[in-house]
Design a protein around this ligand. Structure first.
Ligand code: GDP
Length: 441
């Protein structure tokens, strides 16, 4: 007997159940999936608030909570314990700053939520963009305490809100936090509500997509349970979790062609030597399906599917999945690549028009185009117009240059063909800095 020829690998076959996935989805009681991004000024209480949500929804076990509490007390930062639930790196804990995007999950009766957390630190805008690019809606955390609301407005509050709107996020929930520090002052809340609404409307959010909840992350008031502070009885609206729950429908395009961006590629498992994770942007899939990966143009077979950590025969748009694949060499799979079907592939393009928010001055210039984790060199070849933020109508055609804070329509050319189609959230970077972010049209 000769040696086994390793270059000719045996093809794996999986018998498809040929399910009508949309019918299966409709009759299943499976929870909806929703991703949200948390934005706001540094120290507004974002991490504390999210830690509170996770803890109250039972997403963190008591032992882990106790461990954080002990560790926080040990270095004399007891009040940070909740925030640390999110910042699990010890280096970040020692500095007391949320740095990286922590992905965290919790569930309510109807929805599986994923928090794509956004750091409040000024230098970490690129991380926030990565979070915003996966978000169905945003939670804006405002520090209501005296002086802090005002400095937050001058700080990152507006910048973050404008950024997520530019990236196509339509719905925003404003947590007016630290209400305990202003004795639940109703007038204070209404003044903040009025100012923030007016700003968010000019940033392009529709009034019906903006809501406000007065709360205290540290005390857990109006987060998952109503405040029992006698000073807070004037508020009869929704708690934050009720607001999250009612922020449906998340319009995921279930009946559109399959699109999924690869988040991570895992290899080497005994059962499943090649797996990819990501979120279905549109369409559906099932075990036994043949998929096309781009830009490699290689096909693969779906051996099995996990949805939110549970094995499943199928998955639909909006769900976070792990796909175990066969019949493909993992060199063809990279984070940022796109999964679709050979029958309805994404076209690869070399130029596009996009509506972007400028962070720096924009003019015809070299840029790197980032889509998720994919990036290619290119250039802004034309400024089509500067636009009104709220209405999107042209203010000035063919400007030579636009300044930071401007929304503009630009034409971008790329040095190589890339699978991209509207509406995709893209980021333009130059010299290591983000110069613009927005939506491919
Ligand atoms: P982040 O930078 O936005 O993530 O803010 P943190 O969650 O780290 O909170 C900043 C500080 O505000 C910490 O000292 C928290 O304990 C405190 N804090 C957060 N939420 C509240 C609140 O609702 N009330 C009060 N009084 N303090 C809060």
């Amino acid at each position: 007997g000769g040696m086994k020829d390793l270059s000719v690998e045996e093809k794996v076959t999986v018998k498809s159940k040929n399910l009508d996935v949309l019918a299966e989805y409709n009759k299943s009681r499976r929870k909806k999936s929703a991703n949200f991004v948390v934005i706001g000024h540094v120290d507004a209480g974002k991490s504390t608030l999210m830690g509170r949500l996770l803890a109250d929804q039972g997403a963190i076990d008591q032992r882990t909570l106790d461990k954080y509490r002990k560790e926080a007390e040990r270095i004399g930062k007891g009040s940070f314990a909740l925030a640390w639930v999110l910042d699990q790196g010890s280096e970040e804990r020692a500095r007391g700053v949320t740095i990286d995007i922590a992905t965290n999950k919790f569930e309510t009766e109807n929805t599986a939520f994923t928090i794509v957390d956004a750091p409040g630190h000024r230098d970490f805008v690129p991380n926030m963009i990565a979070g915003a690019s996966q978000a169905d809606f945003a939670v804006l955390v405002i520090d209501s305490s005296v002086g802090k609301f005002e400095s937050g407005l001058k700080g990152q509050t507006k910048e973050h809100a404008l950024l997520v709107r530019s990236m196509g996020v339509q719905k925003i929930i404003v947590a007016v936090n630290k209400m305990d520090t202003v004795q639940w002052d109703k007038e204070r809340f209404e003044e903040i509500e009025q100012q923030i609404s007016s700003f968010l409307t000019t940033a392009g959010f529709q009034a019906k997509n903006i809501s406000f909840v007065p709360c205290s992350g540290v005390l857990g008031d109006n987060i998952t349970r109503r405040s029992d502070d006698p000073q807070a009885t004037w508020y009869t609206g929704r708690t934050l979790i009720e607001e999250l729950e009612t922020s449906e429908p998340y319009t995921h395009a279930l009946d559109k062609p399959l699109r999924m961006t690869i988040g991570d590629v895992f290899r080497g498992g005994v059962q499943n030597p090649i797996s990819i994770s990501g979120r279905l942007d549109s369409g559906s899939l099932q075990m036994g399906d043949q998929i096309l990966t781009l830009p490699s143009g290689e096909t693969a077979l779906i051996r099995s599917v996990d949805v939110d950590g549970e094995p499943s025969d199928w998955a639909v748009a909006g769900q976070n999945v792990v796909l175990n694949l066969a019949n493909i060499d993992p060199v063809h799979l990279r984070s940022g690549d796109v999964i679709c079907r050979a029958s309805a592939p994404i076209k690869t393009i070399t130029s596009f028009t996009a509506k972007v928010l400028a962070f720096e001055h924009l003019m015809p210039m070299q840029v790197d185009v980032h889509r998720g984790r994919l990036h290619v060199p290119g250039r802004i070849s034309k400024l089509v117009a500067s636009l009104d933020k709220a209405s999107g109508t042209a203010l000035k055609k063919r400007p030579k240059i636009v300044g930071p804070g401007t929304v503009a329509r630009v034409v971008v050319e790329m040095d190589q063909a890339v699978p991209l189609e509207a509406p995709t959230r893209i980021v333009l970077r130059a010299g290591g800095a983000t110069v613009a972010a927005g939506l491919l049209e």
